[in-house]
Design a protein around this ligand. Sequence first.
Ligand SMILES: *Cc1c(COP(=O)(O)O)cnc(C)c1O
Length: 352
Amino acid sequence: MYPEVVIKIDKYKSNIKSLVERCSGANVKVWIVTKSFCAHPHIVSNLIDCGIDGLADSRIQNLKKMKDLNIKKILLRIPMLNEVDDVVEYADYSLNSEIETIYALGERARKKGKKHNIIIMLDMGDLREGVWPDDVDDFINKVLKIEGVEIKGFGTNLTCYGGVIPDENNLGRLVKIAKEMAEKYKLDLEYISGGNSSSYYLLEDGKLPVGINNLRLGEIAILGRETAFGKRIDMLHDDAFILRAQIVEIKNKPSVPIGNIGMDAFGNKPYYEDRGIIKRAIIAIGRQDINPDGLIPLDPNIDILGASSDHTILDVTKSDRNYKVGDVIEFKMDYGSLLKAMTSEYVDKVVV
Ligand SMILES: *Cc1c(COP(=O)(O)O)cnc(C)c1O
């Protein structure tokens, strides 16, 4: 049923294998991040033989879906206090930055007779999650007094809120702090986690600081693009996830609406370029499922004019194809659209 996202699993797996191989050459273990496709079970079950070290997600519900897979599972988002029970149950590791939360995790772990592994997040300047570097010594001191949890590593996250690009300086500092703390407190450090898809370019340039031994990769494996500069990675496919939507109306109409222009469905006052009479196709998908600016039509002669909640309007005037009602238009997606489409229950997911 349309609309649908077609997932070409061989292409996605090939991307992951290429990344794993590239990373292992630099002694970096890869956690594949599954949140953008909601840890779709049929996709996830295909990934465990790709040489990855673990599967990581920000939502505990998604890790729960993976509970029967024999691979490390990592919770990426700092746990909520109300989910610590599930975190201890379904995550082998969680990323943390709050002492109260670690205390609650330790308490749950003790009740279950388990040890929960934690990675301490450090804020290296992006101003999303993480302990401030000046406070880390004090923080570790407190964590070490909590039974039931074990510090297994340090990590940072960049290029998410502040847009800060990972470099030798900020990741070098992460390694330095992690090593100092490990030495001082005799920690058995398994991971120094150097970030997400935006850190990959350092590895390609041979500039990833020695000591970083883990990356958490989502977008780069799906879209074949690193995220510090948006550069395409030649060895990766950029069409593993394709959106397909069906034309429900196609007519020649003017390009500028007729009447006094008020607000559109989202409260914005729109502007229309006058292209004269054009061939307009409406496809049955809208802002509830995608972001129209984040769609890239595979037919290069299609322009996206706009979208409301359930309709997306295309200018197909210049296309070589003679589109008609029922035809299917295919798109690559940016990360934002992919996230929406995979999350929308109105969009079918087809793994081929
Ligand atoms: C989402 C997320 C990632 C993955 O980011 P990509 O840019 O998709 O590679 C890594 N780490 C954390 C903490 C995340 O929340």
